[in-house]
Write a protein that binds this ligand. Structure first.
Ligand code: AKB
Length: 312
């Protein structure tokens, strides 16, 4: 029997591209897209779609049973910046949805889960450069606290109940196809749109704020690779550090100026600066490289060229 997949949060930044890739791999009818709102035309036309509230366990369960789902990718979440505005909502959405899916797996109704964690699990007391897999984790955002708690639950459900749950700590993700919503790393996508529309960008982070980032192609490939790896290779059942590239607003500006010499940037840091300052500048992902052969393909140079050529 071919694998049947449910993507929860299929219409968000990662969900949209991940769903399309999964449909290429497994076939449109084997990948059920679901979200609280409708998606773009591609998502709606390329396979089944279900309206689903990720906080409603019986809705998730009904869809899993109806479609005989094997794997759930839980992509619904409230990100760091929006989470600071709605802390209780962020906590409920991020935690309830995860606990529902873990419980459905524990009850034997699905076989495998992908759940995204984030570099937001780290905090100001974490070593900033080449942040190791195992280190101090004292996150200061609600989003980060929910991701760190989620990691503990994933490991617990794996050790105690044998649930096959796999996870990646995504850095900031950059894509030309989908827009991010409510994150601190969003500037790294906004900057391309503004560079093309206005030749100028007013950045909400300061020029020297280095953050870990990744091109969406790499992130989607990492996600499908970790899920297809043999279970014995997945040694971290909390979540894996994953690295693509690291840059500051000043560095990405210089790279964009190689293509658009008249592009200018100004800086007006807002509340997101404090969040960014609490996160790592770069990530050591040697465990992912050793355990399931992760390797990034995109650095800042080829990422910027691709972004601009697609958006122009
Ligand atoms: C955010 O900025 O909140 C996210 C993340 C790093 O998880 N992109």
């Amino acid at each position: 029997m071919p694998t049947k997949i449910l993507v929860i949060g299929a219409c968000g930044q990662i969900g949209t591209e991940l769903t399309m890739r999964l449909r290429q791999i497994y076939g449109g009818n084997h990948v059920i897209a679901s979200d609280i709102r409708d998606g773009n035309e591609e998502i709606m036309a390329s396979g089944p779609f279900e309206t689903l509230d990720a906080m409603n366990k019986s809705q998730i369960e009904d869809i899993c049973l109806h479609y005989e789902i094997d794997e759930v990718y839980l992509m619904a979440a409230m990100l760091s910046a929006t989470g600071e505005k709605f802390p209780k909502k962020a906590w409920s959405l991020n935690m309830d949805s995860l606990m529902h899916v873990l419980d459905i797996a524990k009850e034997g109704k699905i076989n495998k889960i992908f759940w995204p964690s984030s570099i937001a699990v780290f905090g100001p007391t974490t070593p900033k450069d080449d942040t190791p897999q195992h280190t101090i984790m004292e996150p200061t955002t609600v989003y980060g606290i929910s991701k760190q708690t989620g990691e503990r639950w994933c490991e617990y459900y794996h050790q105690k109940y044998g649930v096959d749950v796999r996870s990646i700590r995504y850095p900031g993700l950059i894509s030309w196809k989908t827009l991010p919503g409510g994150g601190t790393t969003d500037y790294a996508v906004d900057i391309f749109h503004k560079a093309i529309e206005d030749n100028a960008y007013n950045c909400f982070l300061s020029e020297d704020t280095a953050l870990p980032m990744m091109y969406m192609e790499d992130a989607v490939r990492a996600t499908t690779e970790i899920m297809r790896a043999p279970a014995r290779e997945i040694k971290q059942r909390s979540s894996y550090n994953l690295s693509g590239m690291s840059f500051t607003p000043k560095e990405i500006t210089a790279e964009i100026q190689k293509h658009l010499p008249d592009f200018t940037i100004s800086y007006e840091p807002d509340f997101r600066q404090k969040i960014a300052d609490s996160w790592p500048s770069s990530i050591d992902d040697s465990h992912a490289r050793e355990d399931w052969s992760w390797k990034n393909e995109y650095e800042i140079g080829n990422m910027v060229s691709e972004m601009l050529s697609h958006l122009k």
